[in-house]
Design a binder for this molecule. Structure first.
Ligand code: G6P
Length: 483
């Protein structure tokens, strides 16, 4: 029997037929210290992908609005009904910074940083997941579809099923799902799998994530797995529910990026960026949240060595590294920022001239118009993640390159590598391999660059985020057939 039944009656069922639930809402409260207490776009790939989907779909979005200790009534923003879920300052620390981002995040990303296991964090995770489930239950109409997102909310399918057995529940994991041998470390592995298995459909980025999950479901809850269908049994061994798991690689709003890439002011801005850099022969670009999964230090090491070896010079090449602030109170992120900024300082100190800077390091986040101008300005895009669910920046770069120029250096450990096979694929741990991958991209002949970019653009244009969501939602509506 589920360890925690919640049976509070629902007095006011909501009226939304389609509800998305994610830790963050698409907009974030700007704190009064930073500004006027208004709103700004939330960081990260999840919001980048889902915001355009929700803009064209009638539905409600349940999530946290980014400020602690603040209760807000549901409101309407850019045509979407937003239902804020409050978190106390203590819950931000234990559930968000703690269990989500210091336990699950490193555990699910190949333990690049060591995950921490604390029972108080787990208790907060359960408590907050119940609150999200309750908010979704209050928002959803009879027989509605609820689509739960990402690792912060893996218990929501189970809590929601207890509250509202009438709902169709989907779950999508935006980050990798770890191999069973690593997932095994989690003291609460069984509860997490049981939480997910109450969904009707569980989506992952890659086929390998799906296979990892199915192995863990078999091993840790003894679920019967046949052809990606998972049979959930009661204590007597009767099948009470069938969940399905499958890969659905997420994408971007290709139309929006293409439209911006063709806009005169964006093109003018991209020229201005190159001019301000002194019109170097090659502009290299990295765009990441400042996260240890992104391989920023590996990229800087390779670039620094190429300058040292005189394979590149600051007159000929300039690297722009946008590192948007992220999870700034979490210790591993504080440490990473020190490491990255130390490296940038050392490289610039050694190689800068009066006219040229080796690395333009920008610890900011930018609106999408500026991002597209940067994509247009960059001859080479560097995506060197050590592990990444998908990496939408890689896809945005390809979508922006309408004239089929430019080169993408892409880590084989990013989910995007499964689709962008014509990128220059690299193993970022192999610094020599990374250096030759970068040099290859810098020196690519226009014919080869065009051939590679055309192949990648075909892939992206045919598989945009609208297609991703409609394929997931169509699969979610199908009945599982016992096999
Ligand atoms: C990744 C995660 C998202 C998360 C985003 C930003 O894309 O998959 O769930 O929202 O990073 O991180 P943050 O902790 O700021 O929400």
């Amino acid at each position: 029997m589920p360890e925690e039944m919640i049976n509070e009656p629902l007095h006011h069922p909501g009226d939304s037929d389609f509800v998305v639930v994610s830790n963050r809402l698409p907009v974030d409260r700007v704190s009064t210290e930073e500004g006027d207490g208004g709103w700004r776009r939330s960081p990260g790939g999840l919001v980048t992908a889902l915001a355009p989907v929700m803009a064209t779909q009638d539905g409600a979005w349940v999530g946290w609005h980014g400020a602690p200790d603040e209760e807000l009534a549901p409101f309407h923003h850019e045509n979407i009904d937003l239902v804020p879920v409050p978190l106390s300052a203590e819950e931000v620390e234990l559930y968000y910074e703690g269990f989500s981002n210091s336990t699950l995040w490193p555990l699910y990303h190949d333990v690049i940083a060591p995950p921490e296991f604390h029972r108080t964090w787990w208790d907060a995770y359960r408590r907050v997941n119940k609150r999200f489930a309750q908010a979704a239950a209050n928002t959803a109409a009879q027989n509605a579809t609820v689509w739960v997102q990402d690792y912060q909310l893996q218990l929501v399918p189970r809590y929601l099923r207890q509250l509202r057995p009438d709902l169709r529940i989907g779950f999508f994991n935006h980050i990798p799902f770890p191999p069973q041998e690593i997932f095994a470390q989690l003291p609460w592995r069984q509860s997490i799998i049981e939480g997910l298995l109450e969904a009707d459909l569980i989506g992952f980025q890659r086929a390998s994530d799906t296979a990892n999950f199915l192995r863990s479901a078999r091993r840790f809850v003894g679920a019967g797995v046949k052809s990606a269908q998972i049979q959930v049994k009661d204590n007597e061994g009767n099948v009470v529910h069938i969940a399905r798991a499958a890969p659905f690689p997420i994408s971007i709003d290709v139309g929006q990026i293409q439209e911006l890439a063709g806009r005169k002011d964006v093109i003018a801005r991209s020229r201005q960026i190159r001019e301000e850099l002194g019109n170097p022969k090659t502009v290299l670009l990295g765009v990441d949240r400042l996260d240890y999964t992104k391989g920023i230090t590996h990229r800087l090491k390779a670039y620094g060595e190429l300058l040292h070896d005189c394979e590149l010079t600051v007159e000929d090449a300039a690297l722009i590294q946008v590192a948007s602030p992220s999870r700034e109170r979490v210790e591993t992120y504080i440490q990473l920022r020190e490491d990255v900024e130390g490296m940038v300082g050392r490289i610039n100190g050694q190689y800068d001239t009066m006219q040229n800077t080796a690395v333009r390091y920008l610890h900011h986040s930018y609106p999408v118009e500026e991002m597209v101008a940067l994509y247009l300005a960059a001859d080479v895009m560097l995506v060197t993640a050590l592990r990444d669910g998908m990496n939408l920046v890689a896809k945005e770069y390809v979508a922006a390159r309408g004239d089929n120029t430019g080169a993408l250096v892409l880590s084989e450990f990013a989910g995007a590598a499964d689709q962008l096979k014509s990128a220059i694929l690299v193993n970022p741990h192999d610094i020599d391999g990374l250096k030759s991958g970068i040099l290859r991209a810098v020196n690519l002949s226009p014919a080869e660059a065009g051939r590679r970019m055309r192949a990648m653009r075909r892939q992206i244009v045919n598989n945009d985020v609208q297609r991703w969501s409609s394929e997931f939602l169509a699969a979610l509506q199908k009945e599982a057939t016992p096999v």
